[in-house]
Write a protein that binds this ligand. Structure first.
Ligand SMILES: Cc1cc2nc3c(=O)[nH]c(=O)nc-3n(C[C@H](O)[C@H](O)[C@H](O)COP(=O)(O)OP(=O)(O)OC[C@H]3O[C@@H](n4cnc5c(N)ncnc54)[C@H](O)[C@@H]3O)c2cc1C
Length: 759
């Protein structure tokens, strides 16, 4: 028994840690940063003020994770972020295709607790810090956990602020901004005026469910009484829940740091008022059996402080897809501003403008310009208000967190500052990021330590020569213009395809390409053919004149004609996809992006894939086979389809293909890294969406590695991830390495994006 009495002030229990890297904020950014850093060998303390990880994508807020794939609603093909964020998305899809937010929490928690280098302090809020004497650097952070009544002090040479509001940056004196830059400051034509507002607000959501019997709802007295105060109230309906109601937004005219509790009360008022309207207005008899299952208690924050790094990303960088020497991450969501009046605004809830493809984010956006050991990650990175409107989304933020983590490992290795890591060790930073799965647009990375680069040959038991996408049972009317993307170089072969005309008509077929070879926006029309079709089925062959000077995707476009059906194929192949000029209003895709006035964005059409089980390739026969799938792709420095598939693909009939890597002398190998095709086009939304697959059909599921004596030296089984590795405790010595792979889908030939071997 403890019995204690004192007239003195007591101190809470105190625990101190010393570590390599302190990460404040366990949102998706901080979580991915912590895992990446831990795997790079750093000791990490991750402080998260709430009970679970994920921030806005945790079960406390329930936002779907978004990034460059943009719900497959823009022209960013194969754009899902790589590295740990990819691993999390794939694992979640494997376990949780129905999008249960609680299961998503466990995926993130598991990934963190499995890393022995991470000390995770949940429910622990950082509230203070110490700076180094006479130096613009942080020495330690102070935090308190109300659950165990303990005060923590954590010292480290490096700190990462991924707290959303930037508590660390703010307390340490880091330069920051809050609000919107004027159009003049950076020449940004999309910069908002004061009437539109300078900050995005917070949001809060609810989930409802049908319990199979009538249920009453009595609103709390603080619920909004007059629903007509919300100009869009007529769009409420019992089916929408969770982040489909993203526009329940408030606070953009307030201080989004210090007024957060006030904003939360207003959002509760709105949420309970909306539910009262659904239940009790009489407009929705179908809501009779419905009850509230969950209402958020923590508002999701969109915007507050943005910190200044050595570079501020701006609108033009996003729109023009500027190439940076120090690219370490990328984005691809639209420039997405919201009226500051949020739910009470009579304007559209958002104003979204896409780029023609993904854009790069330079390393200089990820550290403070005036606090020497402070990384900044997440929504607080060094970007203008307009550029932030795109970089803020969680998968983009997570990719930035991963870049910070690898940079921190380099800082430790060379005992240097974040700035010096970029100035002195950029090549290594980019190489380590690329090895960890990060995609660096417009950047070619060379990996001299990769033994496969030194091989005298990499051969395969077969390689796909694509001469046909065999016709299947599916025929569909050309309701929206449809295109088959084909990887080409030089002359494009003739294409033969099959149509069924419902009556005599003329079908227009266009050959297009993208103005930038690494993009997938078919904005250049090379040839147009008008094909007279008579009623009935027919086979049509088109010869093209065009030649393609560099590797790129050609778009064979069948223009909208509701009198014509096209035949589709069941064959799916790595790096091949069909796209449609349809609409997707959820991402402001109305078929064509066309601003009314000059706001500094491009006019172009959207051609996007359909989600499986749809999204078949268009059946066609090619005059000469496409040779885009050779083994050379395994070592070309790109590990996802970009301007070509960048994949070796086996022949359809070769169900257990074998790759053989040969050297001119035996090599000692201690690790083999693989990159499989886990479909970088699939956004894998973690909530609301229900996904039809748990494993991507292109993904090799089993791998067997044999040495030159044909002994099996390593295996991977039941794979569903993009990246796999085989480690040898004792390096194997071999002059030839044989890799036998098998897939998981009968309609998909086995493929591999990359293989690397290290001593
Ligand atoms: C309503 C809404 C809709 C959005 N829509 C989307 C969308 O559809 N998809 C998408 O990807 N993004 C969306 N965004 C943007 C995105 O959610 C945020 O920009 C993103 O969460 C930023 O990531 P972050 O890691 O910087 O911050 P957060 O996710 O907020 O994570 C920061 C973490 O730090 C913790 N923290 C804060 N202070 C402290 C402290 N003092 N000590 C310790 N921990 C602390 C917080 O608890 C939090 O967990 C939306 C945002 C909102 C609010």
């Amino acid at each position: 028994m403890i019995k204690e009495e004192s007239t003195y002030k007591r101190e809470p229990k105190a625990i101190s840690y010393s570590t390599d890297l302190v990460i404040v904020g366990g949102g998706l950014t901080g979580t991915c940063a912590a895992i990446t850093a831990a795997r790079a060998g750093l000791k990490v303390v991750l402080l998260q003020d709430r009970p679970v990880l994920g921030g806005n994508c945790s079960s406390e807020v329930r936002l779907w994770i978004l990034g460059a794939t943009s719900h497959m609603g823009n022209n960013n093909r194969w754009a899902r972020e790589g590295g740990v964020i990819d691993e999390i998305m794939l694992e979640n899809l494997y376990r949780n295709p129905d999008g249960n937010p609680l299961i998503f929490d466990t995926v993130m928690l598991e990934k963190v607790v499995e890393e022995k280098n991470i000390t995770l302090l949940l429910n622990t809020a950082v509230f203070d810090l110490d700076k180094k004497d006479g130096d613009d650097a942080i020495k330690a952070v102070h935090a308190f956990c109300s659950q165990n009544s303990t005060r923590y002090t954590v010292t480290a040479p490096l700190f990462c602020d991924s707290s959303g509001d930037g508590i660390l940056g703010f307390l340490s004196g880091a330069a920051f901004r809050m609000g919107a830059e004027s159009a003049d400051e950076f020449g940004e034509k999309f910069a908002p005026d004061k009437a539109y507002g300078e900050l995005l607000g917070h949001s809060m959501y609810f989930y409802s469910k049908d319990i199979g019997r009538p249920v009453k709802f009595t609103p709390p007295s603080f619920a909004l009484k007059d629903i007509t105060e919300i100009p869009r109230y007529k769009t409420f309906n019992p089916k929408d829940f969770g982040c489909r109601l993203w526009w329940l937004e408030y606070g953009g005219r307030l201080d989004t740091v210090h007024d957060t509790e006030k904003i939360k009360w207003e959002l509760w008022k709105v949420v309970y008022g909306a539910w009262n309207y659904i239940k009790n207005s009489g407009e929705f008899p179908e809501a009779e059996n419905m009850t509230l299952e969950w209402v958020g208690t923590i508002p999701g924050k969109r915007e507050s402080r943005r910190f200044e790094g050595d570079y501020m990303l701006r609108q033009q960088d996003v729109v023009e897809q500027k190439k940076f020497a120090d690219t370490v991450a990328f984005g691809g969501w639209s420039l997405d501003l919201h009226p500051a009046d949020g739910v009470y605004s009579d304007q559209s809830g958002c104003n979204q403008w896409h780029s023609k493809g993904v854009y790069s984010i330079p390393y200089r956006c990820y550290y403070s310009k005036n606090i020497n050991n402070l990384f900044i990650a997440g929504r607080i990175i060094s970007a203008t208000h307009v550029a932030f409107a795109s970089t803020r989304v969680m998968a983009t933020s997570a990719a930035g967190g991963q870049a910070v983590a690898i940079a921190a490992a380099i800082c430790k290795k060379y005992n240097c500052s974040p700035r010096e890591a970029g100035e002195l060790h950029l090549e290594e930073l980019q190489r380590e990021l690329w090895r960890s799965g990060q995609y660096l647009p417009q950047t070619v990375v060379s990996d001299t330590e990769d033994l496969v680069q030194k091989a005298i040959s990499v051969t395969a038991s077969s390689t796909l020569q694509l001469s046909e996408l065999a016709g299947g049972a599916h025929w569909a009317v050309i309701k929206h213009s449809a295109a088959q993307m084909l990887p080409v170089s030089g002359k494009i072969p003739s294409v033969t395809f099959w149509t069924e005309a419902l009556e005599d008509t003329t079908l227009q077929v266009e050959l297009r390409k993208s103005s930038k070879a690494f993009n997938h926006t078919p904005d250049i029309t090379l040839e147009t053919k008008s094909m007279k079709l008579t009623k009935g089925k027919q086979e049509i062959k088109i010869d093209w004149e065009a030649t393609f000077e560099e590797d790129c995707y050609a778009f064979v476009c069948f223009m909208k004609n509701e009198k014509v059906k096209l035949q589709y194929s069941d064959a799916r192949i790595t790096g091949l996809v069909s796209v449609f000029n349809a609409t997707n209003p959820a991402v402001s895709n109305y078929g064509k992006q066309e601003p009314d006035e000059d706001i500094g964005v491009d006019t172009f059409e959207f051609w996007c894939p359909q989600r499986r089980p749809e999204g078949r390739n268009i059946a066609m026969k090619l005059g000469t086979p496409l040779s885009a799938f050779e083994t050379g792709n395994l070592t070309n420095g790109h590990h996802r389809p970009i301007s070509r598939p960048n994949a070796w693909v086996a022949d359809f009939t070769d169900r257990e293909p074998m790759l053989t890597i040969s050297w001119d002398e035996p090599k000692a190998i201690s690790r083999i890294d693989f990159v499989f095709d886990a479909d970088y086009d699939n956004p894998m939304e973690n909530v609301i969406y229900v996904h039809p697959e748990t494993v991507m059909p292109f993904c090799a599921s089993n791998v067997k590695v044999l040495n030159c004596n044909n002994e099996i030296v390593g295996t991977i089984s039941d794979n569903h991830q993009s990246r796999g590795a085989i480690h040898f405790e004792k390096p194997i010595n071999t002059q030839h390495l044989k890799i036998v792979l098998s897939g998981n889908s009968e309609h998909v030939p086995v493929s591999l994006l990359e293989v690397r071997c290290y001593a």
